[in-house]
Design a protein around this ligand. Structure first.
Ligand code: ZN
Length: 287
């Protein structure tokens, strides 16, 4: 159902706490992708920290507080009924045994709690974790971008679901395996092109309708996708051009700064936001 989704976000269940949560572009770092599972970053770090904990604590769902030690660490019952060497049931032996065990755990746990900050920091700063974060970021970003394409289609083509054959085609477009393609189109490029071309695509559809060609949503999506795939080359060239324009703007800006600092400006034009300038240029777009 559309109502339960959050736009531009993917929904995942944390493999540690089993809570479902949304991941969008502005909170990607809250999630970690490890061994094909998704975790809250905090849950994942907690799990890593816990692997340094005394044995009895490792298996717990949540990390015990210092004063909860006795609840978790000691199982007096087990020793009363169990072990051979205290089988004769002498209360004093059992008592001493449990006291010594309690003390050992208290020390271990207290030592562990004292080291938690250091352990956490060394995990966070490890090469392995930094790499994992990067990989997770790319993984989620890719999924979010695909979700954005999905949301865009539902909204613009007024659909409740996307037909399987269309979704299959889009997947082939991403991977570049669709017929006649030499390279794949990443989701963010497809979406950007589509947004920039949607007015054109709508007017093509209108013209077709006037001519008596009425397409189903399915046909229209197929038709529009073929147009977009064909335009990808010119879109890439256009992007390159925008990069050049943007870097020229940068150079001009720094020249102006230098000019100003010596009391001279190369241009009398009022300063504008660069990104506005660029987006005005980009709207007149690839062919
Ligand atoms: Zn969690």
């Amino acid at each position: 159902m559309r109502a339960t989704r959050k736009e531009g976000c993917i929904s995942r269940v944390c493999a540690c706490c089993n809570q479902s949560f949304y991941i969008g572009k502005d909170n990607i770092s809250d999630a970690i992708y490890y061994d094909k599972k998704t975790y809250h970053s905090n849950c994942f770090i907690d799990k890593q920290v816990k692997s340094f904990a005394p044995k009895e604590i490792k298996n717990l769902k949540t990390m015990p507080k210092k004063d909860q030690l006795l609840e978790y660490g000691i199982d007096i019952q087990k020793y009363k009924n169990g072990r051979r060497y205290i089988q004769n049931g002498k209360d004093k032996i059992i008592h001493n045994f449990n006291e010594a065990k309690k003390k050992r755990y208290e020390e271990q746990l207290s030592d562990f709690h004292n080291r938690i900050n250091d352990i956490t920091n060394s995990i966070l700063n490890s090469e392995e974790f930094i790499q994992l974060k990067k990989n997770s970021y790319n993984h989620f970003l890719h999924s979010i971008e695909k979700q954005c394409v999905y949301d865009f289609i539902l909204e613009v083509y007024d659909l409740n679901i996307i037909p399987t054959n269309i979704w299959k085609k889009i997947t082939e477009i991403y991977s570049g395996t669709y017929k006649g393609m030499s390279i794949g189109i990443p989701p963010e490029h497809l979406l950007d092109m589509w947004k920039r071309k949607i007015d054109m695509l709508n007017s093509v559809a209108e013209r077709n309708e006037v001519k008596g060609i009425k397409m189903s949503a399915d046909q229209r999506l197929n038709y529009d996708l073929s147009i977009l795939v064909n335009k990808y080359d010119s879109y890439l060239k256009w992007i390159e051009k925008q990069k050049i324009i943007a870097s020229e703007k940068e150079i001009e800006k720094s020249e102006n700064i230098v000019g100003k600092s010596i009391g001279y400006t190369t241009s009398n034009k009022p300063e504008k936001n660069d990104s506005d300038d660029i987006s005005a240029l980009v709207d007149d777009i690839f062919g």
